[in-house]
Structure formats: structure tokens, C-alpha cells
Design a protein around this ligand. Structure first.
Ligand code: AMP
Length: 390
């Protein structure tokens, strides 16, 4: 076990870690912190739930020079919720030292954000779109940035942010350190890294199989018309502490949430079509355990830390097996056990095969399984069309 006192950290950072009861470094932190403190560029294959946010926040706060003005660390994240979560973590770590942290996100008053920026910020967390607005309006200077962190890089790319990231990185014309965190490593990430990073240290901070290992993956074979009935029965039987139910589209989210609310109360929903302040309220209430069932699109599948989620239900399986990994990762957080139950219809059997190949397991059915004939004859998935809205 690695004690935080083994790194050369200021007393103020150690004090803050003591205050939040971080007693020892997680394996991810033990590996990453020395590299980051040494100023190396890193590409890290890391899952959420491993303590990767603090693995970055601790050395970043350590490096902040309070005597210098201007943004010294810039963190780019794919979603507003993640920006707020990241900023809360940096705040915890940097509070005693006096590090000023701020998140600029879409959907909030830009003039207020501008005023806050002018009042002095050491660590800025941003979603790419809003940051670019600020750069275009000349409301922000990135001249003092010494470290750039691309968090959940694969998700930013799959959301179509490649050009935005390129643009932002090109605005940083001076020497800087780049830290790239990603749960998966598609080719575009390697390309981005090759173009913009200096001899990066490649770290596999947590093997995907290990993080998914403490999750119990179960599958229920059903017909399309039974989906909601089966879901309700499972919620009744399993009585989860808290559960996230992942749906395919915003409309499906609202329909399922309505059904569950009628049956159990204690339900709310989250998707990217909602106003930002409402999204924040729902996220915070769920995190505080104020309701049990969150029905959501994949806006909730990335990075968000809901530590009491005992069960994840996948209402409709996506054809992208990586999405399964992210959805599943909302449970089994920080060494807790979790269960993921996926409803599978005949149409989704080919997507299921992809997930099982990734998990390197055979499916464990909690229902009558599909016949081997049905599994063998499952047609190849339809080609992806336009990406759906989350
Ligand atoms: P993350 O992977 O960054 O989403 O972190 C997952 C959870 O682990 C968060 O709730 C953190 O507050 C918590 N955490 C991070 N580092 C530590 C640590 N060293 N000791 C205890 N909890 C931690």
C-alpha cells in the first residue's frame, strides 16, 4: 500500500487528503502521481471508479503556484456533469492550499462565468464547446497553462469533439505537459497522442477485466413487449439500494421513467435534452440517495461517480460493446460489488455476442435462455446510422 506521504507533496495537500479521509493511494494513484509530478506526458488507460480523478488532481494541485496568475491547468471533459464532478474533486484536494478551481460549461450564464474567470482561476475544467466559445470571444487566456488533461478522451472523440480538441491544443503554443485518460484506446486517440504529445509514458492503470470483474453480469431474454414488465418485476424482486436503468433514446427514457414512477414512485430521469440546471439537480439528488431509480441515456454512463448504485439495468442493449463497459461501470464502484442485468430481445442477440466477446465470458441467463439456434442465427447488426441524441 502506498501512503500519500511517500510522494513529495506539500503539507497543505496532505492535510486536505486527510480531511477527505483518503488514507492510502489507490493503485492508479500510486502509478500515475510520480509520473505527473515528474512532468511526463502520459496516456493512461483508466476506468472511472479507480480514483483516476484524484490521481490527476493531487499532482496538479501540488504543482499550482499561487504566486502566478492565469490558468495553470486545463482539464477537458466530455460532459457538464463530469466537469462539475471533476471540479469538486480538485476543490477537495486543493482547498487547504487555496487552489482556485472553476468549471466552464455550456448551459450556464456565460457573463457570470466570464466574471469568475477574471477573478483568477488556477485550475479550469471545461467542456470543449464552451471553452471554444470563450476562446473565440477572447474571454480567456490559455497562455499560462502548463498542464492539459484530456479526461474520458474516447468519449470526447465519440461525441465528435476531435476537431475541437485539435483546435484547443493548437491554441497552446507554448511548452506544456499533456495527460490523456481514456477507458478505451481507439485509433483516433493514438493519432491525437502521436501528433501532440512528447514521448508519452503509456500506463495501463487498471485492466478493464479487473474493474468489470467485481461486477456480476446477468442477462434476461425477453420479447419486446415484455421489456417493461420484466424490468418492473426485477426491481421488485431484487430491491436495489439504487439502480440506473439505461435506455436507448430520450423518448424511451421518459416512457420508462413514467412507468416506474407510477409503479414505485422514487424515480427520476436524466438525458441531454434537459436544461442544465435540472440535470444538475437530478444528478445531485441521486448522488445523495434522495431517490432510488434513475432512468437515463448514456449521458449518465460516463465517469459519473454514484457510489451507492447496487444495480445497473440495461433496458436496451447497444451495438457498441464499449457502451456496455461504461454503463456497467456505474456500479461496482471503488471496490464495491455490483450487478448488471441486461434485457435482451432476439434482435439484440448479435450485439450480445460482441459484449460477451469483450467480457470473455458466456452469458449467465436469469431467464429461459435463447436456443442455440436463435443465437447462431442472430443476424449481423444493422449498420450504424446517424448517432442518436443522448
Ligand atoms: P474516480 O475514479 O476518480 O471517479 O473516483 C472514484 C471514487 O473514489 C470517488 O468517490 C473518490 O472520491 C474516491 N477516491 C479517490 N481516491 C481515493 C482514495 N485514495 N481513498 C479513498 N477514496 C478515494
Amino acid at each position: 500500500m502506498t501512503e500519500f506521504s511517500e510522494f513529495s507533496l506539500d503539507a497543505s495537500i496532505l492535510k486536505a487528503l486527510e480531511k477527505v479521509d483518503y488514507k492510502t493511494a489507490t493503485p492508479v494513484q500510486a502509478v500515475a502521481i510520480p509520473h505527473i509530478l515528474a512532468g511526463r506526458d502520459i496516456i493512461a488507460l483508466a476506468q472511472t471508479g479507480s480514483g483516476k480523478t484524484a490521481a490527476c488532481s493531487i499532482p496538479i494541485c501540488q504543482k499550482v503556484d499561487l504566486n502566478k496568475s492565469g490558468i495553470q491547468a486545463l482539464v477537458l471533459v466530455p460532459t457538464r456533469e463530469l466537469a462539475l464532478q471533476y471540479s469538486a474533486e480538485v476543490q477537495k484536494v486543493g482547498a487547504v492550499k487555496g487552489v482556485k478551481v472553476f468549471a466552464v460549461i455550456g448551459g450556464e450564464d456565460a457573463s457570470l462565468q466570464r466574471a469568475k474567470l477574471n477573478s483568477g482561476v488556477h485550475v479550469l475544467i471545461a467542456t470543449p464547446g464552451r471553452l471554444i466559445d470563450f476562446i473565440y470571444n477572447r474571454s480567456i487566456s490559455l497562455n499560462a497553462v502548463e498542464t492539459v488533461i484530456l479526461d474520458e478522451a474516447d468519449e470526447m472523440l465519440s461525441m465528435g469533439f476531435y476537431d475541437d480538441l485539435e483546435f484547443i491544443i493548437q491554441c497552446l503554443i507554448h511548452e506544456h505537459q499533456t495527460l490523456l485518460f481514456s477507458a478505451t484506446m481507439p485509433k483516433a486517440i493514438t493519432k491525437l497522442a502521436k501528433l501532440h504529445m512528447k514521448d508519452p509514458e503509456e500506463l495501463v492503470l487498471e485492466r478493464k477485466d479487473d474493474s468489470l470483474g467485481q461486477i456480476d453480469h446477468r442477462f434476461l431474454y425477453c420479447t419486446h413487449t415484455r421489456r417493461t414488465i420484466d424490468l418492473k418485476e426485477m426491481l421488485e424482486d431484487l430491491n436495489p439500494t439504487q439502480a440506473i436503468i439505461f435506455c436507448h433514446s430520450r423518448i424511451q427514457v421518459e416512457q420508462v421513467a413514467r412507468e416506474l414512477k407510477r409503479e414505485f414512485g422514487d424515480t427520476d430521469y436524466l438525458h441531454a435534452g434537459m436544461a442544465q440546471n435540472l440535470r444538475q439537480v437530478v444528478t445531485n439528488k441521486f448522488r445523495q440517495g434522495k431517490f432510488r431509480f434513475l432512468v437515463a441515456t448514456d449521458v449518465a454512463s460516463r465517469g459519473l461517480d454514484f457510489s451507492n448504485v447496487s444495480h445497473v439495468f440495461i433496458y436496451q442493449l447497444s451495438d457498441d460493446p464499449c457502451l456496455y463497459v461504461h454503463r456497467a461501470g456505474r456500479t461496482g464502484r471503488y471496490n464495491k460489488k455490483g450487478m448488471v442485468i441486461t434485457l435482451v430481445t432476439k434482435r439484440e442477440l448479435s450485439s450480445l455476442n460482441k459484449v460477451m466477446a469483450l467480457l470473455k465470458q458466456d452469458p449467465v441467463w436469469i431467464s429461459e435462455p435463447p436456443s442455440s439456434q436463435e443465437r447462431a442465427s442472430s443476424s449481423p447488426p444493422r449498420r450504424k446510422g446517424r448517432s442518436r441524441k443522448r
